[in-house]
Write a protein that binds this ligand. Structure first.
Ligand code: ADP
Ligand code: MG
Length: 728
């Protein structure tokens, strides 16, 4: 039975790095397969080109006639690069990307054929997608969903297919994907932030949210991967004893990259270059066989698309290198899991990063305005922010002593804390000229232009300010960034709108100067939002106690966390900004609950199967060997046999005990599952899976892992942790 394990190991040990040839510079490859501005100039009429540029800048609609021109240009470009098919590329709520390829090829009668791709095909498609999750919005009998072109994310070629980024909505207009609400949130943050930025510079006419994600992942040899049914079906190991050596020596982090892995990375980077994904950084992560990749930040919508595309690409490229990419937040117990830090900021069309301190007091007041408003937004919506990163897999990571806790707090470093402490003392009402000069010179003016290098680093914070951006660290490695980015941009939009209203009111009603009004409102915000700021160790037990005292939420599991998504407050927020309506919100909630229950159900089934069909039979086989041995000893030693077989008998007993526990726990787990399955209500069912089914996993695992230590290595069927993690 254990042959698969040993075969896989042998195969892995014989692997050689795949040779990667780089004949061109990366900068020459960059964007070669993207329908970018350079290509557009070449293949489009002036008018069509200008239309796309305007659509990007101001959301201007593209007419059908122009769409026809654009599609023709796109087709010509694609065909010139050997493309035969096109697809609308979108991100349904499954968490992965979807595509359905259609050929350009079309018959025109009389046995003749042409390549055709019209404006209609560019603008809209109707994928027969009745089995994408829709949370009851799109009844299969009712109406179909359709995809619609998103001109703000450029089309690209993958293989021989032209991919057109699109949104996916129902015929009644409800969002069925990740992108639609994101685009709406980005629009609202643009409106709100532009209005506030105009206080400081009248020339600002657009504010863009920027995102730079950092993708962590594990790489496992594909043969070893195939030898583990749990990894194959659930993305994580449901059992396996810790190896003698894990990450305690910290000898992997930033270490030299293994050669097979380096080949994979180079191959991947080249593909990324062609697709215009600006990847820049690669390194080993903390855990063995764990790595990270990060790009240069981009406009948020494009960055989200690029991350989805990258994850897809990683799977494909890994195949060529006989690797399997593990995106799961916690594929291995006892060693670090993977996250996807979301670095976020706001940038103006005048080229200013609004979260970057400047060289003048005025620029710094602008910085403080956006900085404090972001903290205020996080303060008011911490529970919702927590909900956006909730998933069955991320539950294993949050609060597991390596990743940020499930409590949302903001870290800003000692320098900025001191600045906020000073600002808190600002006079209520109009400021005296002396106070203002003082503030400008000694407080606001003293914020160093480059905080970047002197912001303290606190790795335990889920939401940290890192010099010129906030870093949302609690996002999981499997996540689509759209979800957390939709919420972050929406809450900041809402907050900035409130801020503007308050400032304008003070200026109008109290005849305050604009600066005075801004100082006054910011002072109030600093006071009000204090409880969200935390500079200490987020992993410490003391923080859990302290956070509770402060009244911060601490939702440790997904079903508990998700509820914030359908609170009255959330619905009001989304409806006010036009990000989502009640129906869309409720549908999403249901989809996520369903997803949770199904994942726990699948894990339960796999674990039951492996434990009963692999582990127990193996243990019995070994036990039989021992029994035979004891019988033999008895034959030889007769009355003296006990002395010689004491240990064997002890092991025989222990094996029986573990088997008994495993079997009983599996029976109870199956009962709990059956009960959970009968529950109609999705929310209650998710809680049942979380509270009644999941707790058996650890119990069952404990006994299986003990057996792994007892049973003869040659018989053990499942590839062990040390083999999965240290075979290079
Ligand atoms: P680390 O967090 O690992 O120390 P860095 O701080 O150097 O790494 O940067 C991490 C990520 O932050 C990179 O992907 C980078 O592109 C992104 N980033 C830098 N500036 C911004 C910004 N203004 N907006 C969004 N992301 C940014
Ligand atoms: Mg980081």
């Amino acid at each position: 039975m254990s042959t698969l394990r040993f075969q896989a190991l042998k195969e892995t040990l014989n692997r050689k790095p795949v040779k990667i040839k780089e004949t061109k510079r990366r900068s020459e490859l960059f964007g070669n397969n993207v329908f970018n501005e350079t290509v557009m100039r070449q293949f489009l009429t002036k008018e069509a080109y200008q239309n796309i540029i305007d659509a990007n800048k101001s959301g201007l609609k593209i007419s059908r006639v122009v769409a026809d021109h654009i599609s023709t240009g796109m087709k010509e470009w694609a065909i010139s690069k050997g493309v035969t098919h096109y697809t609308h590329w979108f991100q349904p709520l499954t968490g992965s990307t979807a595509e359905k390829h259609d050929a350009f090829f079309e018959t025109i009668g009389d046995g003749l054929a042409i390549e055709k791709f019209g404006g209609t095909q560019l603008v809209q498609q109707e994928p027969d997608a009745s089995s994408f999750p829709h949370g009851g919005i799109r009844n299969t009998f009712e109406a179909r969903g359709y995809t619609a072109w998103d001109p703000t994310s450029p089309a690209f070629i993958y293989g021989t297919t032209l991919c057109i980024p699109t949104v996916y909505v129902s015929y009644t207009g409800e969002a069925l994907d990740f992108k639609t609400p994101l685009l709406r949130a980005l629009q609202s943050v643009d409106n709100a932030a532009t209005a506030v930025a105009k206080y400081f510079d009248k020339n600002v006419s657009k504010v863009t949210a920027t995102l730079g994600w950092e993708q962590e992942y594990f790489l496992i040899d594909s043969a070893l991967f195939a030898s583990r049914p749990d990894l194959q079906l659930s993305g994580r190991t449901l059992l396996g004893h810790s190896p003698a050596k894990g990450q305690q020596l910290d000898d992997h982090y930033f270490g030299s990259i293994p050669s097979r892995v380096l080949s994979f990375m180079r191959d991947l980077e080249i593909e990324c270059m062609l697709l215009g994904i600006p990847v820049k950084t690669r390194h080993n992560e903390v855990a063995p066989n764990q790595f990270e990749l990060a790009p240069i930040f981009e406009e948020c919508n494009l960055a989200v698309d690029h991350n989805s595309l990258l994850m897809d690409l990683m799977d494909k490229v890994a195949e060529r290198h006989n690797f399997k990419v593990l995106f799961h937040e916690k594929p291995f117990k006892g060693i670090n899991g993977s996250g996807k830090h979301n670095n976020w900021s706001l940038a103006t069309d005048t080229g200013v990063n609004l979260l970057s301190p400047g060289s003048t007091p005025m620029k710094n007041l602008q910085f403080l305005t956006f900085f404090i408003n972001t903290i205020m937004a996080v303060h008011d919506n911490e529970e919702l922010l927590r909900a956006t990163i909730a998933s069955a897999s991320n539950d294993h990571r949050l609060g597991a002593n390596e990743a940020p806790p499930a409590i949302i707090s903001a870290f800003i470093g000692s320098q900025l804390t001191a600045v906020l402490d000073e600002l808190e003392k600002v006079t209520d009402g109009k400021l005296s000229p002396q106070e203002k000069t003082d503030l400008k010179l000694n407080v606001v003016g003293k914020i160093p232009e480059i905080l970047l290098d002197n912001t303290d680093r606190n790795r335990t914070s889920p939401f940290a300010f890192t010099g010129n951006k906030f870093e949302f660290r609690a996002v999981g490695s499997t996540a689509n960034c759209a979800n957390p980015m939709t919420v972050l941009n929406a809450i900041v939009a809402k907050q900035l709108t409130e801020f503007k209203k308050s400032v304008d009111k003070l200026v109008k009603d109290d005849k305050m100067k604009k600066d005075d009004a801004i100082f006054n409102i910011l002072r109030d915000y600093i006071k009000k939002s204090k409880k969200i700021r935390f500079e200490g160790d987020g992993y410490a037990e003391a923080w859990q106690v302290e956070a509770k005292k402060r009244g911060l939420s601490n939702n440790k599991t997904t079903p508990g966390a998700l509820k914030a998504q359908i609170s009255k407050k959330t619905i009001a927020l989304y409806e006010e900004l036009g990000v989502m309506n009640k129906r869309e919100i409720e549908a999403r909630y249901e989809i996520q609950l369903e997803d949770y229950s199904m994942r726990i159900q699948i894990e339960g089934r796999i674990l039951g199967d492996i434990a009963r069909n692999h582990v127990i039979p193996t243990a019995i086989r070994y036990q039989n060997i021992l029994i035979k041995n004891v019988r033999g000893l008895k034959e030889i030693f007769m009355d003296d046999f006990e002395k010689h077989s004491k240990e064997q008998i002890q092991i025989i007993k222990e094996i029986s005990e573990h088997i008994e526990h495993i079997n009983a726990d599996i029976t109870q787990m199956i009962d709990a599952r059956k009960k959970a399955n009968l529950i109609e209500d999705a929310e209650k069912r998710a809680f049942a899976y979380c509270d009644d089914v999941k707790p058996y996993f650890e119990e069952i695992r404990y006994h299986c892992d003990k057996l792994e230590l007892l049973v003869d290595d040659e018989l053990w069927p499942l590839t062990k942790y040390r083999e999965l993690l240290f075979t290079k």
